[in-house]
Design a protein around this ligand. Structure first.
Ligand code: NAI
Length: 256
């Protein structure tokens, strides 16, 4: 219950899916959690859930593609807490699939998944350095950042960039801040069906099920709570000698 006692955690994309599950788990482990999301109403619901369970959290509306939003969110954290211990840059978008995308689609995916993650992490560093604890930055990339995704080369581009940024940042911030990246396989969140139905919704669910059956050794989709367990571990002192790691949480997909 006390893995993150007295720690302050800032999580983007925390109104839904893996970010939501991580916010709830980290709060249950004693962290004060800032639930940051484009969807303020959803973020407030997560805060209410955390508070009902006896935890502490606050919601902030934040579009990771807007540097001003990021800046003011961290300024608020600074005023309220004066430090951070965990920054989890998790917000992301499936974006466009296929090998032909428009400039708008390109800019959108790169803006959310890569530039957004970059500036959330970068803007959190001064606050992590203000803590007496070793800081932890965590990213959510994807197995598509470790092996190519034929379904969406653009998604692979953004997530591969996040993986390499996390490794480089780990070197740059050692020993004060640890930096790691989680690479989920297919996880049951609202995003998963969107990824598989970009070109056509017809048969998307069947295509997804067939892929999972054929390519995921553990034979099923993951649950957001299973990503949250990895995030909790990387955020906590249990991972005190782990930095620069890209951790697949993927039912064995990239082991093949
Ligand atoms: P989700 O759709 O359940 O949650 C994503 C959250 O991010 C939403 O609450 C949404 O409002 C927020 N968000 C989107 N754009 C934003 C922006 N510009 N600024 C702030 N918040 C924004 O999705 P899920 O699955 O939990 O995704 C979390 C991360 O996991 C993403 O980075 C995604 O790319 C990655 N991922 C997802 C996989 C899956 O199978 N679901 C597999 C591999 C990676």
């Amino acid at each position: 219950m006390n893995e993150l006692q007295n720690r302050i955690a800032f999580i983007t994309g925390a109104a839904s899916g893996m970010g939501r599950a991580s916010a709830i788990l980290m709060a249950a482990e004693g962290a004060t959690v800032v639930v940051a999301d484009l969807n303020l109403e959803g973020a407030e619901k997560v805060v209410a859930e955390i508070e009902e369970a006896g935890g502490t959290a606050s919601a902030v509306k934040l579009d990771v593609t807007k540097p001003q939003d990021i800046q003011s969110a961290f300024e608020r954290v600074d005023e309220q807490f004066g430090r951070l211990d965990v920054v989890y840059a998790n917000a992301g978008t499936p974006g466009a699939t296929g090998h032909e995308v428009t400039e708008e689609e390109y800019d959108f995916s790169v803006g959310v998944n890569l530039t957004g993650a970059y500036f959330v992490a970068q803007s959190g560093i001064p606050l992590l350095k203000k803590s007496e604890n070793t800081g932890s930055i965590i990213f959510t990339a994807s197995t598509a950042g470790l092996v190519g995704s034929g379904l969406s080369p653009l998604y692979s581009l953004t997530k591969g960039g996040v993986v390499m940024y996390a490794k480089a940042l780990a070197l740059s911030l050692a020993p004060k801040v640890r930096v790691n990246v989680i690479c989920p396989g297919p996880i049951d969140t609202p995003m998963l069906p969107k990824f598989w139905s970009r070109e056509t919704t017809e048969g998307a669910s069947e295509r997804l099920d067939a892929w999972v059956e054929q390519d995921i050794p553990l034979g099923r989709r993951g649950r957001p709570e299973e990503i949250a367990q990895a995030a909790l571990f990387l955020a906590s002192d249990r991972a005190s000698f782990i930095t620069g790691v890209a951790l697949p949480v993927d039912g064995g997909f990239v082991a093949k």
